[in-house]
Write a protein that binds this ligand. Structure first.
Ligand SMILES: Nc1nc2c(ncn2[C@@H]2O[C@H](COP(=O)(O)OP(=O)(O)O)[C@@H](O)[C@H]2O)c(=O)[nH]1
Ligand SMILES: [Mg+2]
Length: 381
């Protein structure tokens, strides 16, 4: 049989021919469409995206940040968070340019167990601050919540007013990386936000693991939120974290809970008395508040302001920030050394072999560690 199979193209052009010459289209000239190829390929879309991304220099980012341009600020933070070496280099230039314009905000760390009311509290306090003309940024540091992309993102519903306000900037923590890495990124983000004119910066973290220590080491004031009558010994908040607190606020002091909150104040005040006085001459305070009725929120803000007045005057804020800068230099050195050792395939092979040797009692852990360090020294020389 000699049947010719019609290709799709042929049948389509026939159909068009038919349409063009039909009665219905007699007085119309139907022009065949010209395919726009320029943007249809993935390659060209990537090229446009790339061009858009690369168009800004460090100075452009800096100017945008200083002018309060939120898109530019967000893009600069994305660069700070990136692990791409080119982005890192650009980010570092931007941070350097912003540095002289940073440092003027109140850096406030907030922690407490999930459900204690951190997000609702930040919304309540934040709306009050914005009404007083402050510009506030909320950053999260929570490398444990890789799946939920930082604790804030899912919580934005609890910060409805702030999300809408042009004077609030909310940014979840980068969703991956070591605590040290996330901390460095958050610290640099603080500097960028300050250069952008944010006057109060909240760094939120969930009360788990080491993240409180990291937040404490990058903020001026550390606020611990606690629940009243939650029973168990200080709700699993470790003594060390209570010791770091400049103020403890008992949340949800409304309805039947108000009396319990006030009773809990005494309990926590007694607990705080057991700690040695802090270097800053500030005696840690205990307060209750409700984010729902706003009861106690103004008092808490006044306490925070009192702290900043005292510690700015006695030089403690400056002292603390210098100590923190020193601390982060050492942390970064440690991070980079570990990266250097553990991200190198050859080193890893040696380390894995040494592990086996240790298990087989062929060498001691200390001798093995010395061996790894020698490896490091030889590589560097
Ligand atoms: N009654 C009352 N409930 C509150 C208050 N603050 C927060 N909540 C509720 O407590 C729950 C946890 O609050 P959330 O802000 O998400 O806590 P987070 O996990 O610490 O951020 C939510 O259901 C809130 O509505 C408060 O001041 N009073
Ligand atoms: Mg929350």
């Amino acid at each position: 049989m000699n049947t010719k199979i019609k290709t799709k193209k042929e049948s389509n052009s026939k159909r068009f021919f038919h349409i063009e010459n039909s009665e219905e289209f007699k007085n119309l000239t139907v022009n065949k469409g010209v395919e726009n190829k320029a943007l249809s390929s993935n390659k060209s879309i990537d090229a446009v995206k790339k061009a858009r991304k690369n168009i800004l220099k460090a100075e452009d980012y800096f100017k945008g940040i200083r002018a309060g341009n939120l898109t530019i600020l967000s893009r600069a933070i994305t660069l700070v968070e990136s692990s791409n070496p080119k982005h890192k280099e650009l980010a570092s230039k931007i941070v350097d340019l912003c540095l002289p314009y940073s440092g003027k905000s109140k850096r406030i760390g907030i922690t407490g167990v999930p459900g204690v009311g951190k997000s609702t509290f930040i919304e309540a306090l934040g709306t009050t601050l914005i009404a007083q003309g402050e510009k506030m940024a909320v950053l999260a540091i929570d490398p444990s919540s890789e799946k939920s992309k930082g604790s804030i993102l899912g919580d934005k519903t609890r910060m409805e007013e702030l999300v809408k306000s042009p004077n609030a900037f909310i940014r979840p923590s980068p969703s991956s990386g070591s605590l040290g890495g996330v901390a460095r990124k958050t610290r640099e983000t603080i500097l960028l936000c300050e250069a952008a004119g944010y006057t109060t910066i909240f760094v939120e973290t969930v009360g788990v693991g080491q993240s409180e220590t990291a937040v404490h080491s990058m903020t001026d004031f550390f606020l611990l939120l606690m629940l009243a009558g939650a029973g168990d010994e200080l709700q699993g908040i470790k003594r060390g974290i209570m010791e770091m607190a400049d103020t403890i606020a008992i949340t949800k002091a409304d309805g039947d809970n108000k009396i319990k909150a006030i009773a809990a104040e005494t309990e926590y005040r007694n607990a705080l008395h057991l700690f040695p006085p802090s270097e800053s001459k500030w005696a840690a305070k205990v307060l209750s508040c409700s984010s729902v009725t706003h009861w106690g929120i103004d008092d808490l803000w006044n306490t925070i302001k009192e702290y900043f007045d005292l510690c700015t005057e006695n030089g403690q804020i400056e002292h603390k920030r210098k100590q923190q800068a020193k601390f982060w230099m050492h942390e970064t050195i440690k991070d980079q050394l570990l990266d250097f050792l553990y991200n190198d395939k050859n080193n890893l092979n040696v380390i894995n072999q040494l592990e086996k040797d240790i298990m087989a009692n062929k060498t001691s852990p200390f001798k093995a560690a010395d061996h790894v360090f020698e490896l490091f020294l030889n590589k560097k020389s």
